[in-house]
Design a protein around this ligand. Structure first.
Ligand code: ADP
Ligand code: MG
Length: 444
């Protein structure tokens, strides 16, 4: 169309020559270098044809104009193409940057919501701007933006005031009742300015330290125990030798004396020495380090042996109603004599708890749970335990019996621990006690 316009308006002198240039430039910009070149080629051919066929005089001037125009067409096509290539490059870069920006944002969000650390930001009034999943789990309450953090977490207020007075970043440890349990929380609080609004902004990091603190405590306790235990075991061992000497001598003396009163006294001495020896044996058993268990043990026959032993024990009440449901065999990896001792301690305690009750009943039951683990239940209808005793029964030397050592269950616990047995005990005063032991699966 442009060529026709130019033709009718007198080719070389036409006012519309510039239209070709614009057309090629646009083609270059829109259809990139190749589009520009095609249009330039087309224009140049048409223009040449029109010029040659045109009615004007073909002077030198005329060929100059024709040549210059053609050169201009290709230059413009090159320029348009170059510009459009550049534009295209910038455009792709922009898209890529936008894409990675979005990805970064998503990644940030993911990290924020998955770090095992409660995170929150809020303003001076406590209005939440940001909070993550871990924080909701620690506080056991969902928090959205615009909620007030001071409602589930009123302790923050005093800490914020302290922080304003002292300045700098503060680390605090607070004990807080959440749900129905006490949690120990580590809290780091910082006050800065919101870069967007310029208003004060609080950033808080909350960590649930409950488990860690408990572990720390039990580690410290067991370290202390190990140190004291080693010493005490040494002393206990040394007491045995003179004790043997004393008991031997007293025995000799009692054979030579004719005085009945003296003999009675000597009997008491011997009985007490026996008791002391028993205590020392139990204590040494407890203090001795356990080796990892390796034998294959049949729990069923072991339990039967233990029950037969208690039946022969004259110190235990013999009219207890026994309810025994032992399926066999129940193979576990363990140390036979150690496990026997553990069961014996639990069952003797049960018998002792049944000593004075009206309807003494003891049930011993084995089963295999859904995970394929052997479960042993030992349940008595005895006196039961107070919550305090239930909490402390595994502690060494904790006993409620006048002649007890308090070492039986401590040793039992240690044995079961080295066997990786899960122990749980339920007990109610006046109703009875139930021990549940879950053994780990034996290796195939
Ligand atoms: P001991 O038998 O020498 O007292 P243990 O360590 O065997 O020491 O037991 C600690 C305490 O746990 C006992 O004194 C008793 O109060 C309590 N206990 C253990 N088993 C039972 C049970 N089956 N019924 C009631 N109380 C029990
Ligand atoms: Mg006992």
């Amino acid at each position: 169309m442009i060529t026709a316009l130019i033709y009718f308006s007198g080719a070389n002198q036409s006012l519309f020559l510039f239209l070709h240039l614009i057309n090629i430039l646009i083609a270059g910009l829109v259809f990139r270098a190749s589009g520009g070149l095609i249009i330039a080629l087309l224009t140049s051919s048409l223009f040449t044809v029109v010029s040659v066929l045109g009615p004007e005089l073909k002077a030198l001037n005329y060929f100059m104009i024709l040549g210059l125009n053609n050169v201009a067409y290709f230059l413009i096509a090159g320029l348009g193409g170059y510009l459009s290539e550049q534009l295209f490059k910038v455009d792709t870069q922009l898209v890529q940057t936008g894409f990675s920006l979005k990805q970064m944002q998503e990644l940030n969000q993911f990290v924020l919501s998955n770090i095992p650390l409660g995170l929150m930001s809020f303003d001076d009034q406590g209005t939440v701007m940001q909070s993550n999943q871990s924080l909701h789990q620690i506080l056991e309450c969902p928090l959205g933006t615009a909620d007030n953090i001071l409602i589930p977490f009123p302790e923050l207020k005093t800490l914020m005031d302290q922080e304003v007075n002292r300045g700098g970043e503060q680390r605090n440890e607070i004990v807080k009742v959440i749900g129905n349990q006490e949690k120990i929380l580590g809290l780091t609080l910082t006050r800065t300015l919101n870069p967007l609004s310029g208003k004060p902004l609080w950033i808080g990091l909350v960590e649930d330290l409950t488990r860690l603190k408990k572990l720390e405590l039990s580690l410290r306790q067991s370290e202390k125990m190990a140190a004291v235990g080693g010493l005490a075991a040494g002393i206990a061992h040394e007491i045995r030798n003179p004790l043997a000497g004393i008991s031997g001598s007293v025995e000799l003396l009692s054979q030579t004396t004719a005085n009945d009163d003296d003999r009675k006294l000597m009997k008491i001495i011997l009985r007490e020495i026996d008791r002391l020896n028993h205590l020392i044996t139990e204590f040494l058993d407890y203090a001795r380090p356990e080796e990892p268990p390796r034998e294959v043990v049949d729990l069923s026959s072991l339990l039967k042996e233990v029950l037969a032993m208690t039946r022969l024990n004259q110190q235990l009440r013999q009219d207890v109603l026994l309810e025994i449901k032992i399926v066999e065999p129940n193979l576990v990896i363990g140390k036979k004599d150690k496990l026997k001792q553990a069961f014996l301690n639990i069952i003797i305690n049960a018998y002792q708890a049944l000593q004075d009750v009206a309807a003494p009943k003891l049930s011993v039951e084995t089963s295999v749970n859904s995970a394929g683990k052997v479960v042993v239940r030992i349940k008595d209808s005895g006196v039961g335990m107070k919550p305090e005793t239930l909490r402390r029964m595994f502690e060494p030397f904790h006993t409620t019996k006048p002649k007890g050592t308090g070492l039986g269950l401590a040793l039992t616990h240690k044995i079961l621990e080295t066997h990786n047995v899960e122990v749980s005990v339920e007990s109610a005063l006046g109703q009875g006690t139930e021990f549940t032991l879950i053994f780990p699966c034996p290796p195939a």
